[in-house]
Design a protein around this ligand. Sequence first.
Ligand code: NOJ
Ligand code: NOJ
Ligand code: CA
Ligand code: CA
Length: 767
Amino acid sequence: MWKVPKFIKQSYLVFLLALLLYSSFGFSFSRTEATTSTGALGPVTPKDTIYQIVTDRFFDGDPSNNKPPGFDPTLFDDPDGNNQGNGKDLKLYQGGDFQGIIDKIPYLKNMGITAVWISAPYENRDTVIEDYQSDGSINRWTSFHGYHARNYFATNKHFGTMKDFIRLRDALHQNGIKLVIDFVSNHSSRWQNPTLNFAPEDGKLYEPDKDANGNYVFDANGEPADYNGDGKVENLLADPHNDVNGFFHGLGDRGNDTSRFGYRYKDLGSLADYSQENALVVEHLEKAAKFWKSKGIDGFRHDATLHMNPAFVKGFKDAIDSDAGGPVTHFGEFFIGRPDPKYDEYRTFPERTGVNNLDFEYFRAATNAFGNFSETMSSFGDMMIKTSNDYIYENQTVTFLDNHDVTRFRYIQPNDKPYHAALAVLMTSRGIPNIYYGTEQYLMPSDSSDIAGRMFMQTSTNFDENTTAYKVIQKLSNLRKNNEAIAYGTTEILYSTNDVLVFKRQFYDKQVIVAVNRQPDQTFTIPELDTTLPVGTYSDVLGGLLYGSSMSVNNVNGQNKISSFTLSGGEVNVWSYNPSLGTLTPRIGDVISTMGRPGNTVYIYGTGLGGSVTVKFGSTVATVVSNSDQMIEAIVPNTNPGIQNITVTKGSVTSDPFRYEVLSGDQVQVIFHVNATTNWGENIYVVGNIPELGSWDPNQSSEAMLNPNYPEWFLPVSVPKGATFEFKFIKKDNNGNVIWESRSNRVFTAPNSSTGTIDTPLYFWDN
Ligand code: NOJ
Ligand code: NOJ
Ligand code: CA
Ligand code: CA
């Protein structure tokens, strides 16, 4: 049985007191202060606007950490020796740090930014990474981006100390800005040099000293301490070149292997790929993520989710969210092209793991419609409709125009008009917008490469708060906070052509209509459009910033119509209708997290959620911890595992349901193995008597097993710890025909440790 930990109860009392104080001063309560037991603000919601910061590339607030002890100073981009990164050799460190982000909080806050995603804050490999070029020269790189983990329990000293990190967290939180950290659980660092015939490199992983109980030891400042007195504060944990504990897959580069096995088990660019089926690895990574959660962060951007075993990811996310402090944000990088044969895997990843996607589908469609004009605005509209049908939690997907791994959008679209149009559409689309740092300053890279785009903001701009792009973000982040049609609404295309798009976002009676023309120099006339908006005049939320003006709705023969209007070059109009939905009818806009076990905290967002409410998961009543008009904090009740719709009832009115998956317990991995021959087009799946195995429904079975060594198949599956369950292997073909093993059900028991993993024996398919 799950019990409320004492410290949560205590902090809840403090919270109640704070609430009382607030109300006695006549403020209405809103969640802008740290409220969870870790000091976090709570997860990023669709009302937020995220700003993506490559920490080294933003602002140098503390030159004293530019060349930390032991660091080769020639790896700092400072040819003139003034200890200031000059933004020229972008493969080297530039000097940006935690303090630099603190310094720019007013700039971020004034722009309307309510969450930042920063680089992985922990220690990275700090030695040169050499890339041999065909002309014989050598490119020298650093781990400035944070993707070469070395020790998860210490900060990257180029960015600052743990104290600096805590100051950053507090400063952000005091300004209502949530903190999301990049986190890599797929690999350590590069262990072979792909530009030098895979010559051995680093890849080593370190950990702090441990005390007698096996706990890591930190000093009063939160830095790893020399507990065993050997003069070092770290110990080698794992080395891919001498992998005694099986920490790594060690299969070498993926090359052109496009199988699911290749993506998940082989190296991504020679980065030492963790064996996430190994309990030691699971334990270490879960410990690392919980360590950072305990520092009061609000969420994780998970690197390389395409390359990870989804059973691991599901258990990882569950372990993080089940730890003290409640659910945090999880979105990950399932990198796909468009179109991509992996689309279905990508599309279903959030409901399979609980980790949302960065919306690569949206990104490509936006690039094509607003960037290179290779697709029409109508097809951009089609993408919006298709994805809102395809994605279960479309408002939780994280949308973007570009990021650190792709060409800067400005390079693709140097014309302000379509550039601004894209930004305005991003800010009003379903999902949570992520703005790549410098977008608001029109940062223009020297070429189309990702590295050229990772410019040093400090030497490239003057942080001008008066640019049009800055103001577009400011105005629309504000609208996003205030009109739930944007945060929680549906999407409908009202009108589209090759160059023009008119779409509507709607949450019950609330509506936002966006009308946009991507062509800089052409004017288009939009015909009269049917609407459910009341008769009246609607002003442009952007106040004419992108040439928009007001719109009028008239009644024509009993039907309300938006009068015909024109869109001049680059014109964007945002019309908002934002009536109160009242406090009597509960309406759910979103739920975070969407997957968890009995006892977990869940946040239900929407309107009319204050007062006396009953929350149910299916037909089971949940405990309400606190609630206000806009949010309920509840506890997942002890109920049947599987999909249990959440509803909120107030008086005699019940909200629309919201899909939630109740897990039957702490998740661990069972790695199934079977030897089975199949006909062309057939795959092997596992199905069984627990929801994680589809409750015997072949349509809800595991994903297809992997077969790098056909006719042997294997697949890690996330199941509740300690569960004894029945299962069978099945064959399915492309048409969904199912062949069952014709034998009695097989039985297996999952490991009892919460980070456990276990291999089944190699079974043989039974005809
Ligand atoms: C994706 C990251 O975003 C990218 O920049 C990085 O190099 C790889 N994952 C490997 O961590
Ligand atoms: C259908 C399967 O055919 C069988 O093997 C299994 O035992 C039952 N479902 C369980 O109800
Ligand atoms: Ca610095
Ligand atoms: Ca992997």
